[in-house]
Design a protein around this ligand. Structure first.
Ligand SMILES: Cc1ncc(COP(=O)(O)O)c(C=O)c1O
Length: 646
């Protein structure tokens, strides 16, 4: 296993004192056990310290002279370092207890400890610095899981494969054992194992791991979810919203949010997202629309937005959250695509930092956690822990996958210890890749300006550069051909596509060799010089029509199926004005064209038909096939009469 390097920086203007302390600390590092590879260096000014903090991804701790130096103050340096990299351990050197008082209250929270300069005790200081690094890098759940597996207890409990014993010697199924590996099966355990705590009532190692995650992500409380952000969103909805409660939501939200509306019985106020018509992409809700909705619906219980979006667009959250809070509206931010943001200043502020009450993150999408591993972060001052727990347990399996929980623990640890370094590399690779794509002259990496719909210019929207949307129209390939050729000839699988674009997702696992293989593939394809094709006009999703019934009432109605097409294969006029009972979601992009309770119009039916007839494969979730006939489930006239109209 590679051994870690941990750099510790001493910021001290007095060169003689600095040299002396560094000598003592380095000697301590050499003579004592040093499993984290701690090494010391020193600088004399805040400017140099900040430069090192920006450039050195292995930096873990900084010792700052409380007296400051020429042109810099210790408290200012502490604040600047904390703002840049909140995961760093910061210590202040003081002369006596009196000096300690000079450290302002504001920065006290950012400081991990004090050392008394005139009581220089390099071995003692080394031990303290090391203990803090050890604490940060602990993985309480993963350690307990590994320890339990090593204890090789006989399993008289679920799961049925019994540590892989049912598979290992099977002439039929041993291949699975061999493929997934022994440890995965041995670590697949059940809640019967007390020492591994319970996800549904954490008091031991899971509680510790969650607390460490809360500190790492800047939340008051953090909960691990092993059923993805899809479930995390529903848990929050059911906690915050009672049937009939008003909710402001971006229509562009993930389908789990719309499912949460049905489950909670909330009354949604849909906010229209901006649309980039050139590329058929959905953008954020305009700030003006948001502020107007907050003003018009001060009785709303919650507002939910997605930031950043699948394409990497993120809101200027602080003023939006402040406006919602001024009316007492709770703010939930779906950060499914943004769990990495906390660990690089170029990506911050995160939702928690911007003041959101709740944030849900798919740790698995961008950090090193297994699929379905998500976190719920809470900063709500009115958080009802009991209600939350009831709702969490309503959705969570009583047999959670322990490998997923361990991966959340390790994902947090890695992000804390080397997230900055890895993200710095990812951002550099993203920049290089963007330039390389543009240099092909056949492919174009879309910039923030290209992506932003006109309605949100000036709204302070920013782009997460690790998500690269590439316009491929000039290459002459259709998206389907392009994806096929990348896959078959070049062994490359991309994240998603639209009618004219493909999206590449860079993560902390993206390597330079992957980037060069992709670049090489693009260069070769560009040389094939097909005639450029026009941008395909994607069928335009129809504007939101009226909601006549609560989504929950519509969803649970008896319903009847009506065909999408009439006998002449045209949009069925019988659907016009009827009320949809299901959520109809073209995927990709996964934004519902209809939600339960919404009035169906001819334009919407035509939109769905044009998607079905298009050569670009789009799944239509919610459309039912009666034999070969695609149908929508609608409320019957009796359902309409029996339910309360909004
Ligand atoms: C915005 C958004 N929220 C939530 C989810 C669901 O996340 P998960 O796959 O972790 O369930 C997704 C998934 O793509 C998403 O795009």
């Amino acid at each position: 296993m590679p051994r870690p390097h941990s750099h510790v920086l001493l910021v001290l203007a007095d060169a003689t004192l600095r040299r002396g302390l560094l000598k003592g600390l380095t000697a301590a590092a050499k003579s004592l056990d040093n499993p984290y590879g701690i090494a010391f260096s020193g600088v004399g000014s805040a400017a140099e310290a900040l430069e090192i903090a920006r450039g050195d991804g292995d930096l873990q701790s900084v010792l700052i002279d409380g007296l400051g130096g020429e042109g810099w103050r210790a408290d200012e340096l502490v604040s600047a370092l904390h703002a840049l990299r909140p995961e760093l351990d910061l210590y202040v050197l003081v002369d006596s207890a009196r000096d300690e008082e000079t450290v302002g209250e504001l920065i006290r929270e950012a400081i991990d400890g004090f050392f008394i300069r005139d009581e220089a005790d390099p071995r003692g200081w080394f031990r303290i610095i090391q203990a803090e690094i050890q604490e940060k890098s602990r993985t309480p759940f993963f350690d307990a899981l590994r320890e339990y597996v090593l204890m090789a207890k006989d399993a008289w409990h679920t799961p049925g494969h019994s540590s892989g014993d049912s598979l290992r010697a099977s002439p039929w199924a041993a291949g699975f054992h061999e493929f997934v590996g022994e440890n995965l099966l041995r670590a697949d355990l059940s809640v019967s194992v007390d020492m591994l705590d319970s996800l549904l009532d954490p008091k031991g190692v899971i509680a510790q791991a969650q607390d460490m995650a809360a500190r790492a992500f800047g939340a008051q409380r953090t909960f691990f979810a092993t059923n993805g952000t899809s479930t995390a969103n529903k848990v929050i909805f059911q906690t915050l919203l009672a049937p009939g409660d008003k909710l402001l939501l971006d229509r562009n939200c993930h389908k789990s949010v719309h499912h949460g509306v049905v489950l909670s019985g909330a009354r949604p106020v849909y906010l229209n997202s901006s649309v980039n018509r050139t590329y058929g992409l959905f953008g954020p809700v305009p700030k003006k629309t948001l502020f107007e909705a907050i003003e018009a619906h001060p009785d709303a219980k919650a507002l939910i937005l997605t930031s950043c979006t699948y394409d990497g667009l993120r809101y200027d959250l602080p003023p939006i959250i402040a406006a919602a809070h001024a009316k007492g509206i709770k703010v939930i931010i779906d950060e499914a695509w943004y769990a990495h943001a906390r660990f690089h200043p170029a990506l911050r502020p995160t939702a928690m930092e911007a003041g959101a009450d709740y944030a849900t993150q798919s740790t698995h999408k961008v950090l090193s956690a297994l699929s379905q591993a998500s976190m719920i972060h809470v900063n709500d001052p009115d958080f009802d822990a009991h209600l939350f727990r009831e709702n969490f347990n309503m959705h969570a399996s009583t047999s959670p996958q322990y490998g997923i929980i361990a991966s959340l623990d390790v994902g947090r640890q890695q992000a804390m210890m080397e997230g900055y370094k890895l993200l710095q590399r990812t951002l550099e690779l993203a920049e290089e890749l963007r330039e390389a794509i543009d240099a092909t002259n056949a492919f174009q990496a879309l910039t923030l300006t290209d992506l932003l719909p006109a309605e949100v210019h000036g709204d302070g929207i920013r782009l997460d550069p690790t998500k690269i949307t590439v316009d491929i129209s000039k290459s002459g390939f259709t998206v389907a051909e392009f994806q096929q050729v990348l896959f078959e000839r070049f062994n490359i699988q991309v994240e998603k596509s639209t009618f004219n674009t493909v999206t590449l997702l860079l993560t902390i696992g993206t390597t330079r060799s992957k980037v060069s293989r992709l670049h090489d593939a693009l260069l070769r394809l560009a040389r094939e010089a097909r005639a450029p094709r026009k941008l395909v006009r994607a069928p335009e999703i129809a504007g939101f029509t009226e909601l006549h019934y609560l989504p929950r009432d519509a969803f649970y109605c008896e319903g009847e199926l009506l065909p999408l097409i009439d006998d002449d294969e045209h949009a069925n006029p019988a659907l016009d004005g009827r009320i949809c009972a299901d959520q109809i979601t073209p995927y990709p992009p996964g934004i519902p064209a209809l939600v339960p309770g919404q009035v169906i119009t001819r334009e919407i039916v035509q939109f769905l038909l044009s998607l079905m007839r298009s050569h670009k494969r789009t799944d239509l979730h919610g459309v039912v096939h009666d034999g070969y006939t695609p149908c929508l489930r609608v409320m019957t006239r009796a359902d309409e009469a029996a339910n309360r109209r909004l």
